[in-house]
Design a protein around this ligand. Structure first.
Ligand SMILES: Nc1ncnc2c1ncn2[C@@H]1O[C@H](COP(=O)(O)OP(=O)(O)OP(=O)(O)O)[C@@H](O)[C@H]1O
Ligand SMILES: [Mg+2]
Length: 508
């Protein structure tokens, strides 16, 4: 593709109140027919830049041009009308309208007398989706389909309304590998048709797989724009975090060495042929004090479901569960919390944050539940805990008073993690704890987990990223089709060994 300028943003600044400068004199440039990664640590300003571009937030300063014409959309609708479409991770379509309605919302084909021509609309929708290799029942409501499919419908819609710029803000964090591949082939197709695509992600593999150029932001400032093929990963990460990545990696390596020396203590959790109808089957699983047990398996293999049963969200319908040598029946998460269990779930939006509460209150929540409502945690105590974790996890915020909904996605995730660490549990269950978290902090969190185990905590670690499990765990149990399929431990642990079991190799 020849280099044709599509979009330029110049001198963009945006503050929230006095304390938060989200963007400070940022520039960004997009060409026709390119996929351009927008990268940076949690809170760097990526989503804010996109919100400014699409009229969700009003910019304080700066200019935006689309194909040489100054633009200033005041809403996503206006942005869409001039050809800028956004697909957020939380899909911004109407879940209870049909697939076809979602595609043609506001521009449905009409019959002679003005009524909607449903037959034609459905047929057009099928045809459009067919071009993306999607075969869906377009008359069904959208919420019948997975997040991945919903995102693809949104992208198909964007392509159909002849979007010139397509923005994808962390679209891949909840997709399986197959779905990611599909998304990428669609992105590449649209690139070929001349669309400019802005792609925000924390997965560096994906950056190198699919993007042409990279723009890095740090602390709301523009760091630079680079050709993907000319920037090594080391260089990229160093630019994102503003320090040398090698040193960070070294400290992780050191805690890993320590990990090798600490021995797992006595068994804390013992699941004996535990089942929960429809989610896990005959599960045998032990977790010892002082160990980080990895739980691996494909999406839907029963990883999160195992944690849900252990946390009393789903009840045991067969088999026995022992905690600390004692047979238990957990009827409710509160029972689990009282037994010193903690569970940091995967979906922070629906299971985690309470948007209108402060960071402080969000962090104190689980601890308060554990203590019981009659032993109210004082504001001073809550403040102390919050400050401690804001520091420890490097949560980017002016203060603990900030409402959690005003934090960047990755920083919200850190608050949820802090909530459960604050309960000082004996078993900590983490389901995709570093999803949406930038690479620097990811290493920090992994280190914290390893250190906690070294101090005697039992940890259940669920992650779709195998290298992360390999880094943190001395033992990995692999699940398949809601059952235990095998286990690798110690020196046998390798990506290959885990994948083999996942794929249906031998069980041990
Ligand atoms: N409505 C708001 N009120 C106050 N502060 C805000 C608001 N929106 C964003 N911020 C702050 O602006 C900064 C940039 O946030 P932004 O969401 O753009 O980060 P990001 O780069 O998308 O991070 P992530 O990778 O975690 O999604 C953060 O410090 C965030 O807390
Ligand atoms: Mg963001």
């Amino acid at each position: 593709m020849s280099h044709v300028k599509l979009l330029t943003m110049e001198g963009i600044s945006k503050s929230f109140g006095k304390a938060v400068v989200a963007l400070d004199d940022v520039r960004f440039e997009l060409e026709k027919g390119e996929i351009h990664a927008l990268l940076g640590e949690n809170g760097a300003g990526k989503s804010t830049l996109i919100k400014v571009l699409t009229g969700v937030e009003e910019r304080d300063e700066g200019e935006v041009e689309l194909e040489g014409e100054k633009i200033h959309p005041r809403s996503t609708n206006e942005a869409q009308q001039i050809g800028i479409s956004t697909v957020y991770q939380e899909v911004n379509l109407c879940p209870n309208l049909s697939v076809a309605e979602n595609i043609y919302i506001g521009r449905a084909p009409r019959q002679k007398f003005g009524g909607i021509d449903w037959a034609r609309m459905n047929k057009d929708a099928e045809e459009l989706l067919g071009r993306f290799d999607l075969k869906l029942d377009v008359t069904k409501s959208l919420d019948n389909y997975s997040v991945a499919i919903q995102q693809m419908v949104a992208i198909a819609r964007a392509s159909d309304i002849k979007a010139r710029v397509l923005i994808l803000d962390e679209p891949t964090s909840s997709l399986s590998n197959v779905e990611v591949d599909k998304l990428f082939s669609i992105m590449k197709r649209l690139r070929q048709e001349g669309m400019g695509i802005i792609f925000v992600t924390h997965f560096l593999d994906q950056v190198y797989e699919v993007t042409d150029r990279i723009t890095v932001l740090r602390n709301g400032r523009y760091i630079g724009t680079y050709k993907t093929s000319e920037l090594t990963r080391m260089e990229l990460v160093s630019k994102m975090i503003g320090k040398d990545y090698a040193s960070l990696n070294k400290s992780l390596q050191e805690s890993r060495e320590e990990k090798k020396e600490t021995k797992a203590g006595n068994v804390f959790i013992n699941m004996k042929k535990v089942s929960h109808q429809g989610s896990i089957n005959d599960m045998d699983l032990t977790i010892s004090r002082g160990e980080v047990l990895g739980l691996s398996g494909l999406l839907g293999s029963g990883r999160s479901e195992t944690a849900r049963v252990l946390f009393g969200i789903d009840q045991v319908t067969g088999g026995e569960l022992e905690i600390n040598g004692e047979k238990v029946h957990l009827k409710h998460p509160l029972d689990a919390i009282k037994k010193d269990l903690a569970f940091c779930p995967e979906n922070r939006k629906t299971e985690g944050i309470i948007g209108d509460l402060s960071i402080r209150d969000n962090i104190a929540l689980a601890l308060q539940a554990k203590k019981g409502l009659f032993k109210k945690i004082s504001k001073k105590e809550a403040q102390k805990i919050a400050d401690e974790y804001i520091k420890k996890l490097e949560i980017k915020t002016p203060s603990a008073d900030q409402l959690i909904k005003n934090l960047s996605g990755g920083n919200q995730q850190k608050v949820i993690l802090a909530r459960w660490l604050a309960t000082n549990p004996q078993l900590l269950m983490l389901d995709e704890p570093t999803r949406g978290i930038d690479i620097g902090t990811k290493a920090e969190i992994q280190k914290i987990v390893i250190d906690l185990a070294a101090q005697g905590m039992a940890v259940l670690f669920i992650s779709s990223e195998l290298d992360e499990e390999l880094r943190c765990c001395k033992r990995i149990v692999v699940l398949k089709d809601m059952e235990r399929a095998g286990e690798v431990a110690g020196d046998e642990i390798s990506e290959g060994a885990v994948m083999q079991i996942m794929a249906g190799g031998e069980a041990s």
